[in-house]
Design a binder for this molecule. Structure first.
Ligand SMILES: [Zn+2]
Length: 166
């Protein structure tokens, strides 16, 4: 691909991103401004709540942290967290949202390779390895483990690990 083409593509992605970001921003700002007019200027520290919707499984995950800086305006919140959409601003809490095209952390894939079971998150990060060389397992079990299986949820993961470690 020619250099100029690459630059063009980069520019159009940038532009489209900028325009949609701007539209989103306008929408959110008007929402948050209403909240501001009711609660006045944001002055004291509050909780920041980050809500991620994982579009591949539909679950949301949330984490919170104390606000570390004072925000003078909604715009300042937005520029501090450019990848997030401001959903709600109250006296106690600022809620930020985003969507990611992945699974939440509670989906796993387990498979056998050699004498080791690898448990990975659905995003491909290895979470645990279990050495099963001391266990006696049937050929059929070995085959199905080699094909691998999906574990949905923390309980399924715990049950699976208990099966091979106790
Ligand atoms: Zn999920």
């Amino acid at each position: 691909m020619k250099r100029s083409q690459i630059i063009l593509i980069f520019l159009s992605v940038f532009l489209v991103g900028g325009i949609s970001g701007g539209l989103l921003g306008t929408f959110v700002f008007s929402d948050a401004k209403n909240a501001n007019s009711q609660t006045k200027i944001i002055e004291e520290p509050r909780i920041l709540e980050f809500v991620t919707t994982h579009t591949l499984c539909g679950h949301t995950s949330t984490y919170t942290e104390p606000q570390k800086q004072i925000f003078e305006s909604t715009e300042q919140i937005q520029s501090t967290f450019p990848e997030w959409i401001i959903r709600r601003v109250t006296d106690e809490k600022i809620t930020l949202e985003r969507e990611t095209a992945d699974y939440c952390e509670y989906h796993y894939f387990a498979y056998l390779s050699g004498n080791t079971i690898f448990i990975e998150t659905r995003n491909g990060d290895v979470k645990k390895e279990i050495d099963i060389s001391a266990l006696s397992i049937t050929d059929q079990e070995r085959q199905s483990l080699t094909d691998g299986l999906y574990l949905n949820g923390q309980d399924a993961l715990t049950a699976f690990i208990e099966d091979f470690t106790s």
